[in-house]
Design a protein around this ligand. Structure first.
Ligand code: MTE
Ligand code: CO
Length: 430
């Protein structure tokens, strides 16, 4: 940090930090213990021996940040896009900076965004949700009406079906933010969709729902009634506060474990019918072209998947050899993660990683693998196994089963090549 001139009322005006310093005082006990080697206390460290500005002068008052923002030193922790992905200068996809996060919750301002018609700006007072089609009485709800239903709090991951879609034909993007960042994990507060449907009265012939967005894309997807009656939520809060406009403010559909495209944002209407509608997003898009030229359809559930977030190309090892924390995230649309294995030699040998933090169904799990790095190159991989026994496949296993024409549902094992200098690169093991 450049030397800063302090000029605050009530303090020594313009006093430079340096002037306050007395020459090298030794000692000051090393705080760290155990295997992690902190610097020996014999070399005087001015950050210990000298009083710093932030320790000497009064800081900002509470009026500086009515809505709190991260430290200025975290300004690089942002969603980013990939320039060539969208032809337009106005990008419609950005990615969660997974390599900068820990724990299981994605902070609201860092949740990746995907919108097909831009962000709709809706005053909640003007928002309506209509239920029509095969119901006893079509209903229109205001946001106030919705908030009178009993609500639930649930943590779920949302993964775009196209996450890792650029990696089908080989390693391409350098960073887990770009290869895996179309996922976020949020605690939603919402109303079980079944309460709203029951209020309208579902006719026996109703087998499908068509939720529709109020944005310019009027996004629509066919959703089977069993899922709607099972665990879907009509959510209006994320991580305790109102949904962000980017995430569908004032209200979005939550479809746990299923592809992100079905989680209709700015939810304005749900039609009930006796057959799927075969909308654009379930015919031309979000279908999986196989090697034989046929396409899989209605592949709703997201497969078991994991990725090491540190170290990774955007987060190299900078501390040299010795004790090293490898960490990452794992999730499955089928339920909880049972186990995550980590390999440092490209999948020849596997060790069980430590899962830490809440283990919730259809939610991101955090794993750690703590080991002594000897400074030699690594081929880091992680492999997740979910509670129903699904095992994350290698990329070659996936290609053997599905060809290379797919865009969606790529859950193959990721490899990071960590070099002796600690830098990392996206590679594949053939
Ligand atoms: N809903 C509407 N109304 N419009 C959209 O463009 N995009 C979908 C889905 N719901 C979309 C939408 C897609 S493809 C995904 S992956 C998720 O929203 C992204 O949700 P997020 O922006 O909260 O990450
Ligand atoms: Co998507």
């Amino acid at each position: 940090m450049p030397e800063k001139q302090i000029d605050r009322p009530g303090t020594d005006k313009g006093l430079s930090r340096r002037k306050l310093l007395t020459a090298g005082v030794a000692a000051g006990g090393a705080l760290a213990t155990g295997a992690v080697s902190a610097k020996a206390a014999s070399t005087p460290d001015p950050l210990i021996t000298e009083i710093q500005d932030w320790n000497r002068y009064l800081g900002d008052g509470v009026d500086a940040n009515p809505y709190g923002m991260p430290s200025e030193f975290e300004k690089n922790v942002v969603r980013r896009d990939v320039a060539w992905l969208t032809a337009d200068s106005k990008s419609s996809i950005n990615f969660t900076p997974l390599h900068e996060l820990d724990g299981i919750i994605t902070p609201n301002g860092l949740c990746f965004e995907r919108h097909h018609g831009g962000v709709a700006e809706i005053n909640p007072v003007d928002h309506r949700l209509m239920i029509n089609g095969l119901v006893d009485k079509p209903l229109v709800f205001t946001m106030e009406d919705l908030k009178r239903f009993p609500r639930e709090n649930r943590v779920y991951f949302l993964e775009c079906a196209a996450n890792s879609g650029m990696e089908w034909r080989g390693a391409q993007l350098n960073g887990c933010q770009f290869t895996h960042g179309m996922v976020h994990n949020v605690m939603y507060t919402g109303i079980p969709l079944k309460h709203i449907l029951n209020e309208a009265g579902v006719k026996a012939s109703a087998k499908w729902l068509l939720p529709e967005g109020a944005d310019a894309s009027a996004m629509t997807r066919s959703l089977p009634i069993e899922k709607a009656m099972d665990d879907c939520l009509v959510a209006f809060k994320m991580n305790g506060e109102a949904l962000r406009p980017e995430q569908g403010y004032p209200v979005r559909l939550v479809v746990p474990g299923w592809e992100g495209n079905m989680w209709i944002k700015w939810l304005r209407r749900i039609e009930l019918g006796d057959a799927p509608w075969h909308q654009r997003e379930e015919t031309s898009k979000y279908t999986d072209l196989m090697a034989n030229g046929k396409a899989r359809r209605f592949t709703w559930e997201m497969d078991v998947k994991s990725v090491i977030t540190n170290p990774s190309p955007q987060a190299p090892i900078t501390h040299g050899k010795g004790q090293t924390v490898v960490t990452g995230v794992a999730w499955s649309g089928a339920g909880k993660i049972k186990r995550v294995d980590v390999s440092i030699d490209g999948g020849r040998n596997w060790k069980t990683a430590r899962i830490d933090g809440p283990s919730l169904s259809k939610s991101i799990h955090r794993f750690y693998y703590d080991f002594e790095w000897d400074g030699s190159e690594l081929f880091l991989q992680s492999r997740a196994i979910d509670e129903v026994g699904n095992v994350q496949p290698t990329k070659n296993e996936l290609r053997a089963a599905r060809g290379v024409n797919s865009i969606y549902h790529n859950n193959g094992i990721q490899t990071w090549h960590v070099k002796a200098d600690g830098s990392a690169e996206n590679v594949e093991i053939s």
